[in-house]
Design a protein around this ligand. Sequence first.
Ligand code: GLN
Length: 495
Amino acid sequence: MKLQAPENELLTKSAAQLAALIKAGEVSSREVVAAHLQRIADVEPQVHAFLSVDAERALAAADRVDAKRMNSEPLGSLAGVPLAMKDNYAYQGLPCTCGSRMLEGWYPPYDATVTKRLLENDIIILGKTNLDEFAMGSATENSAFGVTCNPHDLERIPGGSGGGSAASLAAFEAPLAVGSDTGGSIRQPASVTGTIGIKPTYGGISRFGIVALASSLDAPGPCARTVMDAALLHQTMAGYDRLDSVSINAPIPAAQAAASNPDLRGLKLGVVKEFTGEWFQSGVMGQFDQALTHLVAQGAEIVEVSCPHFEVAMGANFLIMAAEISSNMAKFDAVRYGLRSGDDGQHSAQQVTSLSRGAGFGAEVKRRILLGTHALSTGHYEALYGSALKVRTLVIQDFDAAFSKVDVLVSPTSPVTAWKIGERSADPLTTHHADLCTVPSNLAGNCAGSFPIGVSADDGLPVGFQVIAPAMGDALLYRVGAGLENAFGVTGEVL
Ligand code: GLN
C-alpha cells in the first residue's frame, strides 16, 4: 500500500520554493515547520522515518528566521526550510543513537561541522532519522529501533543505511535531508524511494561530528526531492574544515549554477559495460535505457566503457570497510560511551566491556567487527586486507582510464527496486548486491549521485539513475541531474 499524498500544499513544494515564499513574507517559517511537524505526526505510525523529533526547538528556530525577515536581515538560500538529519550526525540536545542500543540515549556534547553550517544558515532541523545500526546495511532493517517503511509501498524497505532520511523526503515529512555514504547509503535509499541523493567527492564535506563507519570511505551528503534543492544544500554543507584531516581546501562546487543549466551538449556519458547481467532487474534496465535516450535527445553523447575491476569492487569495499569498522568500533568499550552492562561489582573491567559490547551491538555489527579483525590479523593480513587494497588501486585506475574518454559514467543506482521487508534479511550477501554500482566511487573517492527516473515497468516501483563524476567534478552531477529532471519531471511532486 502507498502512503497517502499530503493535502497541505506547503508539503509538496521544493525547499527552494519554500525559501522564496518565506523570504517574500508570503508564508512564515513557523507555518512551514508546523505543517511538516503535523505531517510527521500524521504519517510516522506508518513510515517510522524518525528516531527523534524536536518540535519545540524547530518552532523556536523558525520564529527566529521570521523575526530576521521582519527586521530585513539577510537570509540564506534555504533559510527557514526544515530538514531531517540522519541519526549518526552530532547535534547537541538530541540523542545520537546510530540506530544502536550501544548509543541509546547518548547526547553528543558538540555539533558536527555540517550541523553547525545548517544552523548558521537558518535551516531548521526537525529531528533525527532512522538508519541501519552504525550505517551498516542496505535496508534500514538493521536498526535496533525498528524498520522504516518505503512510502511508495509500505510493505517494502526504504533502502539503507539512510532509509530514514530518504523515506522522510518521499513521505513529504521534510523537503531536505542529510545522509552519509560509505558504500551507497545515500544513493541506494534515494534510488528505491524515488528521491535524490548525492555522495560528494571524498573530503568535500566535513566528516567531523559524524560517527565514523569506515574513515577512508565515509562521505556525508545532501538528500532532496529536486536537483536544485540538493545543489543548494550541497553548497551549504560543503567547504574546508580544519577539524577534518581529509577536508579539501578548494572552492565549493558550483552546484547551483549547474542545476539551473541543464545543457548537455558536448557531454560524453560512459555507460559502464560491467553493470548489466544477472543481478539487474529488467524493469530497472528498461528505465535506464529510456533515460539514456532522453539524455541523448538533450545533446549528450553515449560511449560504452569498460571498468573490469568494478566487478570485484564490492568484495574490496566490504573488506576495507570491515577492517576500518573493527578499529572504529573499538571505542565503544563501556567506559567512554553509552551502554554499560554487568557493572555490578561481580565482573572485571574486561568482562564489563565484553558484556556491554555483546548486549549493545546487533548481529550485523558483530559480523563486520569479526570479519574486519580477521582480515587484519597476522597471517591473513596480506591475503585479505592487502588484496583489497590492491583492488582499490585497480578500481582507481579503471576510473582514471574511463575519465580520460568520457566526462561522467552512468549506470542504474541499484540493480533492483525496493524489496519486501524481511525478504532478504536472512541473506546479507544478496542484500549487499544492492551496492554493486555504488561502491566503486567510495573506493576511489570521486563523487556520484542518484536521480529518480520514473518507475520500473515490472513492479511500478521507483528506479534511480547513477551519475559518477571525477573527484572535484561534483557540479557535473547536477548538470546531468537537471537533464534527467527535465525529462522525467520532479517525481516527488506526486507520490
Ligand atoms: N549498504 C552498504 C553496507 O551495508 C553501505 C553502507 C554505507 O554506505 N554506510 O555496508
